[in-house]
Design a protein. Structure first.
Length: 547
């Protein structure tokens, strides 16, 4: 407990191992030093101040997915179902089993966040400001619940800002902080006598928690350094290492043995990676099904733009005098699919990074099955949007109806999926406000090559971008497959004496799109797709583990 900025959340993050970057020192469980081993991560669960929940699931669905992920399949389905029911009853959530998480009250969301972590029965629960945003009734219910969990044998460690007198008395032990220093460490019932011994008398009928806050911010003539020294002196008196050292050594050895035994015999193993992927994929499908309006809007947008482009460039694909118009249509097609493929997923990680951080830190699943389940949900839908657009615009613009349509679909779809991989990477590495800006900028930059400027006219120090531009590879692949590969002469208007582009090869030569190796272009797109997804994984892994 302490005033704002005292260091409560920072200390809690370090104790839980949630954020340790920039800190030094040792954390011990029962006199055993905690390291970065996954074995010690089993000991605790961390519940953040803002309860980040999957709002598209019901309470029972959220608990069932969590039970299958955390308890795995080494235990029976009946056991997991019983565990879910018991936990919901324990936390008073059994009355809202089928209520959508988005419709829960603030107190119910807090309790659901706790229930999700209790499924694996961690002996230690860390909670950051569990009463924030709750009314007095919900605060009392939440803190009373934590008290009951502690009485069942768990250790509950939480930060709290300024509780009422009633809530303050519920806590067993208080660690008070001011300016990053401990000013009290002991039982709640002994706080007032301790302060009185230092000349700080709490007025009658005054909330002890309020008085402590006043002391912590320097009121009543408080000397923070004096309070900190008093705490250290008290601790030194209690830690008399010279007294009965053999008994202390035996006690430490017993605690280490107990710790090792508990680590080996605690909750069941979590689900295997394949099952994690299947569970996460199923959860994503369910959430997308309920959020179908967003997906339907994306599909309708592609259909409408397909109709718009189709009628704007109607019939340009079969005539010699409209080759330049068709060239612009092909460019616009790739640009549209690249932008929609990239921007539709750019916000995926910024918007749910807090949920991912909590679930991953609390050992719900590994990163690889999570990322794979997310990508494999988006790929089929992006392909559907691409094909809906192509089906309409390709027919209306009268593109060649032979094997070239398959090459058109191949390059258009692969370019969109490669842009999607870029979108994931940008979302995983940049903040929200930067992501929505840098995504279009990168797409625009790569679209310059192959359309706005040829390779010959590109300055020497920018030519490397010509080769790594997936947009250039896709666009050139589409143009060459449309007008190259020994295409027959194009139809010319009967009233024109001279038809410049009746031979499509002449157009390719003027656009510097000759001798295009389609296999190499596809390989470039696939290679960049793989590189960007790998970079996304590594970026997320670094953000989640190097904290």
């Amino acid at each position: 407990m302490g005033p704002s900025g005292a260091g409560k959340s920072t200390l809690l993050n370090i104790l839980a191992g949630f954020i340790t970057k920039g800190s030094a020192g040792d954390v011990m469980y029962n006199d055993v030093f905690r390291d970065n081993s996954p074995r010690f991560r089993k000991f605790s669960a961390y519940i953040t101040q803002d309860e980040e929940l999957r709002l598209g699931l019901t309470v029972t669905e959220a608990m069932t997915f969590a039970a299958n992920l955390k308890l795995g399949y080494s235990v029976s389905h009946a056991y997991k179902k019983k565990k879910v029911v018991e936990t919901l009853e324990l936390l008073g959530l059994d009355v809202c089993n089928h209520t959508m998480t988005s419709r829960l009250s603030g107190g119910q969301k807090k309790r659901l966040a706790i229930a999700l972590e209790l499924l694996s029965n961690p002996p230690i629960l860390f909670l950051d400001e569990p009463t924030t945003g709750l009314d007095s009734s919900s605060c009392t219910q939440t803190v009373s619940l934590l008290k009951r969990l502690a009485q069942e044998g768990r250790t509950i460690v939480c930060t709290i800002h300024q509780p009422s007198a009633l809530l303050f008395e519920i806590f067993d032990k208080l660690y008070a902080i001011s300016l990053g220093k401990c000013i009290y460490n002991g039982k709640v019932s002994e706080l007032i006598p301790h302060l009185s011994s230092l000349g700080l008398d709490c007025p009658p009928y005054h909330n002890p928690a309020d008085f402590l806050m006043e002391v912590a911010i320097g009121e009543h003539g408080t000397d923070i350094d004096l309070l900190a020294r008093a705490v250290k002196n008290t601790e030194l008196k209690e830690l008399d290492y010279d007294k009965d050292k053999k008994l202390l050594d035996d006690k430490v050895a017993w605690k280490k043995s107990l710790m090792s035994s508990y680590l080996d015999e605690m909750s069941p193993l979590p689900a295997a990676m394949v099952m994690q992927f299947l569970l996460l994929y199923k959860r994503n499908l369910l959430e997308n099904k309920r959020g179908y309006v967003y997906l339907l809007n994306r599909l309708l947008a592609h259909i409408l733009v397909g109709l718009l482009f189709g009628y704007l460039y109607k019939g340009v694909g079969s005539k010699a005098n409209t080759v330049l118009g068709n060239y612009v249509y092909l460019y616009g097609t790739v640009l549209l699919l690249v932008y929609t493929g990239k921007m539709s997923v750019t916000l995926s990680f910024p918007l749910e990074m807090k949920i991912l951080t909590r679930e991953h830190f609390n050992r719900w699943y590994r990163l690889s099955p999570y990322l794979l389940s997310l990508i494999l949900i988006e790929i089929p839908f992006q392909i559907l949007c691409c094909w809906a657009y192509i089906l309409i615009s390709y027919y209306l613009t009268e593109q060649p109806e032979d094997f070239r349509i398959f090459l058109f679909v191949l390059f258009a779809t692969s370019s969109a999926l490669c842009a999607q991989a870029w979108g994931y990477f940008i979302g995983a590495t940049t903040p929200l406000k930067i992501a929505v800006f840098i995504g279009p900028v990168i797409a625009c930059m790569f679209s310059i090559f192959g359309f706005c400027i040829t390779y010959v006219n590109t300055p020497f120090y920018f030519r490397w971008m010509h080769f790594v531009s997936y947009y250039r590879a896709g666009f050139h692949g589409i143009v060459y497959s449309t007008y190259g590969l020994q295409r027959n002469a194009l139809k010319c208007p009967e009233d024109e004496e001279y038809c410049h582009y009746s031979n499509p090869q002449k157009f390719l030569e003027e656009m510097d799109i000759v001798d295009v190796d389609l296999v190499s272009n596809v390989s470039v797109i696939v290679a960049i797709w793989c590189v960007m997804h790998t970079a996304t994984y590594l970026s997320l892994w670094f953000r989640l583990t190097k904290r």
